[in-house]
Design a protein around this ligand. Sequence first.
Ligand code: PEP
Ligand code: MG
Length: 325
Amino acid sequence: LEQELLSYRELAAETLDGHSITLRGNVELAEEVDLALREGAKGVGLYRTEFLFMNRERIPDEEEQYLAYREVVERMAPHPVTIRTLDVGGDKLVTDIDLSDEANPALGLRAIRFSLQEGKLFNTQLRAILRASAHGQVRILFPMITGLAEIRSCKNLLEEVKAELAAEGYAFDADIQIGIMIETPSAVLIAELLAQEVDFLSVGTNDLIQYCLAIDRGNEHVAYLYEPLHPAVLRALQMVCRAGQSAGIEVGICGEMAAEPLYALVLLGLGFDELSMNAPYLPRVKRIIRQARRSEALELVTELLQFGTAPEVASCLQKEMQQRF
Ligand code: PEP
Ligand code: MG
């Protein structure tokens, strides 16, 4: 199998009946881009910028951020790089950012909420991202969106930053694509409205499963209830894909669910356009895509959606996958 997997690197992520899907890499550091390219990634679907801020005394200034983003963008060119704005709080802590003690950090001041509250820090990051967009194809991704007001604020701030940079004579992509992460139940329920405001959606299943099932993603006592195949999760994913399709925009998935070969057929059948994952998983997922038919994936999803519990979904899916792969 290892030998076989090597051969997938150069091949297209296309089903037997000619349906293409975009496979991209998740990265935290510029060095990971080369690995993603080697494993066949067609771009970065999730660049987690918080790692640039972690394990250091002072957060990076605009110039340092710009250079870091630019390096990722240049290494990945001509493929797009999806830069996620700072996703701090919850389980992600930064020494130089003093988050107050909260009883429920996962429900507290984190991700986009934090950025919108810390105007200076957000402005600096948006400036750095826009400046990096002069060096390749960049897309901006906002984490943990729960409503229209947040995305509208982000868009307004982005326009302000563009005007600032233009006045200062900096080059940037004026038509930079913007997207949001779908990680909260509210975002799923209004995905149709959110999709009208952005160029793409990217589902963060790590958080979406946590919030959808009310299971702390890091709590071992309830880890057995963290079920990606829970009927509620599958329905949520279906809603998001349909919302994206009606709006005519790309829908991706960048949570760990995208990296699991067992789920590849399900995600294909649900209608995802893009799967983004850590580089080493890419060939395995591509192998499933290339040996599948989209028509079969659609039928499979219809069947799976009829079950009422995750174990029933899982056993049907496993049987199907064992027969076929
Ligand atoms: C997710 O929540 O699925 C995700 C990709 O973001 P993170 O794991 O960084 O929270
Ligand atoms: Mg997340």
